[in-house]
Structures are given as structure tokens and as C-alpha cells.
Design a protein around this ligand. Structure first.
Ligand code: GLN
Length: 231
């Protein structure tokens, strides 16, 4: 004892489905993972004295990954739901979101959720958007592995609408200059995003909550928010 030994840096393996801009996506030129969630989890890691390693994986693989302990945390625009909270522990909410509908720019027939009846809807597999779309009477649901694939299908004319998270829809529409698609109707849901950990790791989620609180107090959360969403 008494000898100074360098403590190995803690490593946090964080799962994320990095095709959900502006929350997590790959920078086209640097190929690095960037976005609101990525900045936030890095800041949380720093606060906890840990190095964050992002692991890009399918959205529907995140909860199984936590259950199998192949990742420590998941941050992926993931809505806190009762169903998921039976399997994993969630941090305090860190972002307020909700679902909206996206249709082609020239579509005039879909203006409200009711108008989706009997229509073809694209969603992302395993998401709250998929759950919501499945409630629509006589609708034909097409499930894709990522939100960009659902948007592509809309552009190609294979579906009438996409049901997906509002900030992601807004980012897509802005990025494509509003030529392909538009958002219609009121938000269908109010949802909170949370960071998830294995259900057994209450200690880790408590540390994440503490770090999150610290970042809200010291203005770092605000800085990251403004960087990705403006004022
Ligand atoms: N917020 C949605 C959900 O949790 C979608 C998340 C995502 O596709 N990354 O189901």
C-alpha cells in the first residue's frame, strides 16, 4: 500500500443507433459519431471520470445488449416507456420529444392522424412510432431498420406517411430543403428520452443522473442543447 499506482480509466461502453440525426449520426467527412446524445454522453462520461466508447448498433438491439451486459449504457433518442422500464433502468428524462407525421410535399389528403386510416405507413422497427402506427385502423405498416430508410421509402412513393420523432423529422426536412417532405398535424404523443442501463445496475444510473444534474447546473447541458437545436 501507499504506492502511487495509475488507476486505469473507467471505460463506459455506450450503445447507440447512429442514424438518428440530430441525436446520433455519423459525420459524413470524418465518419465520427456526432449529435446531441453523443455530446451529452461524452459530457456525462467526463463528469464521471470515464472514457465513453460509442458502439453503433441496431435500435432493437440496445435493450438486449444491456440485458446481456455487452454494453453499459444506451443513449439513442430512446423514449422512456413502461414496457422498456420493466427490462432496463432509465435515467431522469433528458429531452422532451414526441411523434409527428411526415408526408410528401404535394400530399394534401393526410392532415391528421385519422387521415392515416387505410394508408401505408413507414416506421422504424421497435420504436414508439411503430407502436403508434399499429393503432391506425386498416393501415399497412412497413417497418425499417432505421429512420433514413423509412424516409427513403416515402420519397420513392412506397408509403403515404412516416411516423417518427418530431426533432428527427424536422432535421430531415430542413436538411433536404423541404423539397421531398413536410410535417403535418399536431404531435401525436409527448415522450421523454432517457439514458438506459441494465436493470441490475442502479448504481450506474444513479451516477448518470448525478452527472446530468451537474451538467444542468453548470450550463454545459444548455450549451449542448443550443449547439444542436438553437435557442
Ligand atoms: N424515440 C423513439 C423510441 O424510443 C425512437 C428512437 C429511435 O429510433 N432512435 O422508440
Amino acid at each position: 500500500c501507499g504506492k502511487q499506482e495509475a488507476k486505469p480509466a473507467k471505460v463506459l461502453k455506450v450503445g447507440s443507433e447512429a442514424a438518428f440525426a440530430p441525436f446520433e449520426f455519423q459525420d459524413e467527412s470524418t465518419k465520427e459519431y456526432v449529435g446531441f446524445d453523443i455530446d451529452l454522453i461524452k459530457a456525462i462520461g467526463k463528469q464521471m471520470g470515464a472514457e465513453v466508447q460509442i458502439q453503433n448498433m441496431g435500435f432493437d438491439g440496445l435493450i438486449p445488449g444491456l440485458e446481456a451486459n455487452s454494453i453499459d449504457l444506451a443513449i439513442s433518442g430512446m423514449t422512456i416507456t413502461e414496457e422498456r422500464a420493466k427490462k432496463v433502468s432509465f435515467s431522469k428524462p433528458y429531452y422532451k420529444s414526441g411523434l409527428t407525421m411526415v408526408v410528401k410535399t404535394d400530399n394534401t389528403s393526410i392532415q391528421s392522424f385519422k387521415d392515416l386510416e387505410g394508408k401505408k405507413i413507414a416506421v422504424q422497427l421497435g420504436t414508439t412510432g411503430a407502436d403508434e402506427a399499429k393503432k391506425v385502423k386498416d393501415a399497412q405498416i412497413r417497418e425499417f431498420n432505421s429512420a433514413p430508410e423509412a424516409f427513403l421509402e416515402l420519397k420513392a412513393g412506397g408509403v403515404d406517411a412516416v411516423v417518427n420523432d418530431k426533432p428527427v423529422n424536422e432535421y430531415y426536412i430542413a436538411k433536404t430543403g423541404g423539397k421531398d417532405a413536410k410535417m403535418v398535424g399536431e404531435p401525436l404523443t409527448a415522450e421523454d428520452y432517457g439514458i438506459a442501463a441494465s436493470g441490475k445496475n442502479k448504481e450506474l444510473i444513479a451516477q448518470v443522473d448525478k452527472a446530468l444534474e451537474e451538467l444542468k447546473k453548470n450550463g454545459e447541458y444548455e450549451k449542448i442543447y443550443v449547439k444542436w437545436f438553437g435557442k
